[in-house]
Design a protein around this ligand. Sequence first.
Ligand code: Q9C
Ligand code: ZN
Length: 342
Amino acid sequence: MSIPVIYPSSHSDHNPALEFVNGVLRDFVECPQRVELIRDHLVRSGLAASCDPAGATSPEEVLETHDAGMVACLEAASTKMVGESDYVYAGVFSVRPEMARVATNPAHPFGHYCFDADTPIGKATWEAALSSAGVASAGASLLVTGDVRCVYALCRPPGHHAGSDFYGGYCYVNNAAIAAKRLLALGKVAIVDIDYHHGNGTQEIFWDDPRVFFGSLHGDPDFAFPFYSGYADETGGPGASGTTANFPLPAGTDGEAYLSALDRLLDQVAVFEPAVLVVSVGYDTYAGDPLSTFAVGVDDFARIGARLARLDRPALFVQEGGYCLEALGELAESLFSGYLAR
Ligand code: Q9C
Ligand code: ZN
């Protein structure tokens, strides 16, 4: 048995060089090699059936999830960039009502929609974001038609930090959310987010939607990005109470502790009785990841995969974070071998 893997046709020109880490410029960790390493490793190990690049989504589909003003801003900013290595970073942010006016120039107000200084826009960024969403959307379609029971959308750039009208955390468009909306054709959808960071964008998009369960395990927002959401008492809006679940975990969380929290989350998923599962996959919980404070090991990913398989639902895996280039291939192999072994 192997898993169909699809990846974006035009992600590699979205390749910012640098990001600020505590005031110091460092290499940008969200780099094109990430998905190429995973793809190549899965093909070599025989776990991936095919690796077809998939096309873009439609503007209409993106606008079902995202605010038109934000979409126009991202597109205009991308179009305005000229050189290969030109990237514009938000640095002035719109905070609270006194600073909430939006300029009439659509390429100007980055800080109105963007929530961090880590998510730059270059000339290839918007096309890459659409291509990435297209991969998730194509993966969802394979499940809707019943062609496959499991598919891996190797999205890049990632998406779970992008909300209906905000973006950040290396994310521009919420790939998993767009796919989940397409999957509603099958019935209720559960999104399980195993990235190290809270999926604040996905949570916001489905906050008040009782058809979509969103559950996330992540570094406690008391110390981990994105800081302003992901606490355990966030459980859904008035129309969807109990359909959001958050498991903030302490620094040093190891495989044992992680899996016991995952079991509690998956118990809630089982009670929700989804028709289909979306897994927002991050490999940044791995002990060797440059952004992680957790101590999850390579073999733990196989146990995570087995737990997910136990839900026995059609599943779309959507790539989010994971930045330890040396280990990404092995981590993916471990996750999917555990999933398939179940
Ligand atoms: N430059 C995902 O894993 N903070 N996003 C970086 C300071 C941003 C992570 C540290 C972390 C974003 C999809
Ligand atoms: Zn992450």
